[in-house]
Design a protein around this ligand. Structure first.
Ligand code: GDP
Length: 420
């Protein structure tokens, strides 16, 4: 295959440390911005009597994107000779979490931006913590605004040391630290003459060193059923293949009902024609040999390495609700195509994402807190631990009509599993 791959990178960091400027620079210097937008920003900057701001470029760019209906406004693209990049802009803590948990953004790698002058701040730590929970291991730390500290190697090394002390505790080991000045373009596209002591690559070259992980099509099959349609005499099972591959003739397991059958045909859905094999990312319709009363929410997998099925699971939960999360209140859990009533069976601990202090006696989880909890669902749910499959290992909680929390499944409840 000579098709270029795509890598999704999320850009995080404390507000004002330079996220937009870094992104604006990358877009500008890779010629990924329409001429009109650049001119507009130049004009606005001039009118305001201010120097050209790369950060405004991003705004202009996003504005332009918003006019298209189908494009997700948080996704920005550019390319190098090696591959295509999708940059996920996370304006704040909340948006970042929402994007990551809802699956709008499947970031494989991250750029964590730290202001060299201000050093590590609360949000830098929170974001580091989230990266660790999400298991994003491919992280570069960009130490920005080096111009403000006289391009000092000593200061840079200090920040590297301090950041590592925090992140390594969380099992995050940044692959590179790059000293930059996004505003002036130091070490962005070309090596900076202002920092001869830096022997590494500039950002645009360095990101090509991120190794792409196994594609979703190469992990175990997960096909959550979205709907079952009656069509002629056939029942067509429709949905999106979240991971793996499915072939005509495959023996399949349907969870949680635990029934086994074979794929009779793959009917086209989006693609129009019939196919013998379909894979992750495709929306398809299939027919099976034994037409059980399959329904929305069930998972189709192969017999080996099936998903987990239980009424209880452990999770890391990000709470965004206006009201605190409490035990024994009923919420709606949405996981892939499943929707079930659930409650928090136990709050194991609440974690302050900045200090990493934990409180094991908490009885409630406040807005923006992170907690390790045990969830109990009314009906059995089918899922995977997040580290096994990101698509079937995350969920959201809904209170009334509002999404009030999101989480990632850590696994079966250890104490219960031991009892079996
Ligand atoms: P964000 O909130 O993280 O997106 O930060 P912005 O990209 O909007 O940058 C915040 C401010 O810092 C803006 O006024 C930028 O011009 C400024 N800034 C960004 N990068 C640099 C830099 O490398 N050097 C200096 N001196 N200022 C910078």
């Amino acid at each position: 295959e000579n098709e270029k791959d795509t890598l999704n990178i999320v850009v995080v960091g404390h507000v004002d440390h330079g996220k937009s400027t870094v992104i604006g620079r990358l877009l500008h210097d890779t010629h990924s911005i329409p001429e009109g937008a650049i001119e507009r920003v130049k004009r606005i900057s001039k009118e305001k009597g201010k120097p050209f701001e790369y950060a405004y470029l991003l705004d202009a760019f996003e504005e332009e994107q918003k006019q298209g209906i189908t494009i997700d406004t948080t996704q920005i693209q550019f390319q190098t000779a090696k591959r295509d990049y999708v940059i996920i802009d996370a304006p704040g803590h909340k948006e970042f979490l929402k994007n990551m948990i809802s699956g709008a953004a499947n970031a494989e790698a991250a750029l964590l931006i730290v202001d060299a002058n201000e050093g590590i701040q609360e949000q830098s730590k929170r974001h580091g913590y989230i990266l660790s929970l999400l298991g994003i291991k491919k992280v570069y730390v960009l130490v920005n605004k080096m111009d403000l500290i006289g391009y000092s190697e000593e200061k840079f090394t200090e920040i590297e040391y301090e950041m590592n002390r925090f992140l390594n505790n969380l099992n995050v080991f940044p692959l590179k630290y790059i000293p930059i000045s996004a505003f002036y373009g130091d070490n962005m596209i070309e090596k900076s003459k202002n920092m001869p002591w830096y022997s590494g690559k500039p950002v645009l070259e360095a990101i090509d060193d991120f190794e792409k992980g196994k594609g979703l099509e190469n992990i175990d099959l997960r096909f959550p059923i979205q709907d079952v349609y009656k069509f002629d005499a056939r029942r067509i099972i429709a949905g999106r293949i979240e991971s793996g591959r499915l072939r005509v003739g495959d023996q399949i397991l349907i969870s949680p009902s635990n029934r086994v059958t074979r794929v009779k045909s793959i009917e086209a859905w989006v693609e129009k024609d019939r196919a013998d094999t379909v894979e992750a990312g495709m929306s398809v319709g299939i027919t099976v040999e034994d037409e059980f009363f399959n329904k929305r929410g069930e998972f189709i997998s192969h017999l080996e390495n099936p998903p987990l099925v239980s009424n209880f699971f452990e999770a890391n939960l990000f709470w965004m609700g206006k009201q605190s999360l409490v035990e024994n209140k009923k919420y709606k859990l949405k996981l892939a195509t499943q929707e079930v009533e659930c409650e928090i069976f136990a709050i194991n601990k609440v974690i302050d994402a900045t200090t990493l202090n934990t409180n094991e006696d908490a009885v409630a989880v406040k807005t923006n807190d992170v907690a390790e909890v045990i969830l109990k669902t009314k009906d059995s749910v089918t899922f995977d631990p997040f580290h096994v499959n990101q698509h079937t290992g995350r969920f959201v909680l809904v209170d009334g009509y509002d999404v009030c929390g999101g989480g990632i499944v850590s696994g079966l409840v250890k104490a219960l599993a031991a009892d079996d």
